[in-house]
Design a protein around this ligand. Structure first.
Ligand code: ATP
Length: 212
């Protein structure tokens, strides 16, 4: 095991709602990168996409319920508390100040990574964190993102000894689950059992939020 700083994983997303695709991404990243902790950060108003269907407080509560019994995982509501659009660069900047003894690793699926060069102040992300980019069914690295991946490629061990700026590709279990498909199933009255943790399903079934 490499010497160096402990690693904090940061998994941002809309989590509208959280599902097993997110949770396996977190679980497998935790092991592959030897993270010390992993933080889920639900966004309030994500740029580049329509407003979430579930309320921010509901999305946050469902994430908390989904990870409650997993030591090392926690959720952070800073983007929900912060007014306005949720920019990842601001979150990473703030988390750098809050976790000065850790090296931070922003975890992304390949679909999200392909849009990275359109993010607000995207070059600055590499001042504050490393990236880990995971396989996702239907998504391949393309264009500028593929070039970036080649340019900044690092091994998991290097993340501990270098403060930020690397990208580690991760091959994870391919689960073709998306929140979009879950919302569509709920709206059509179809079952979402076994796509989300049972606690999440039960909370959604007792609320009407996803079917309206
Ligand atoms: P939506 O369908 O509403 O766009 P989503 O299912 O893609 O949502 P997000 O909350 O947007 O979920 O995703 C947060 C992060 O998790 C992103 O980096 C995304 O690439 C990753 N992710 C989500 N689902 C999977 C999956 N099934 N496999 C791998 N990565 C995933």
């Amino acid at each position: 095991m490499a010497e160096g700083a402990p690693l904090l994983g940061i998994l941002g997303g809309t989590f509208d709602p959280v599902h097993f695709g997110h949770l396996r991404l977190a679980e497998e990243s935790f092991a592959a990168l030897a993270l010390e902790r992993l933080c889920f950060v639900p966004s309030a108003n994500p740029p580049h996409r329509p407003a979430p269907v579930l309320a921010a407080a509901t999305r946050f509560a469902l994430v908390q319920a989904a990870i409650a019994d997993r030591p090392g995982f926690f959720a952070d509501d800073r983007e929900i508390r912060r007014a306005g659009t949720s920019y990842t660069v601001e979150t990473l900047q703030a988390m750098t100040a809050d976790y000065p003894d850790h090296h931070r690793v922003l975890i992304l699926g390949m679909d999200a990574f392909n849009g990275l060069t359109r993010w607000h102040r995207w070059q600055e992300l590499f001042h504050y964190a490393h990236l880990a980019v995971a396989t996702r069914p239907g998504a391949q690295a393309v264009g500028e993102a593929a070039a970036l991946l080649a340019e900044r490629s690092m091994t998991a061990d290097e993340l501990k000894t270098r403060p930020a700026g690397g990208i580690v590709p991760l091959s994870i279990t391919r689960l073709d689950i998306s929140a979009t498909a879950i919302r569509a199933a709920r709206a059509a009255g179809r079952s979402i059992r076994y796509l989300v943790p049972e606690g999440v399903r039960l909370q959604l079934e007792t609320s009407q939020e996803l079917v309206e």
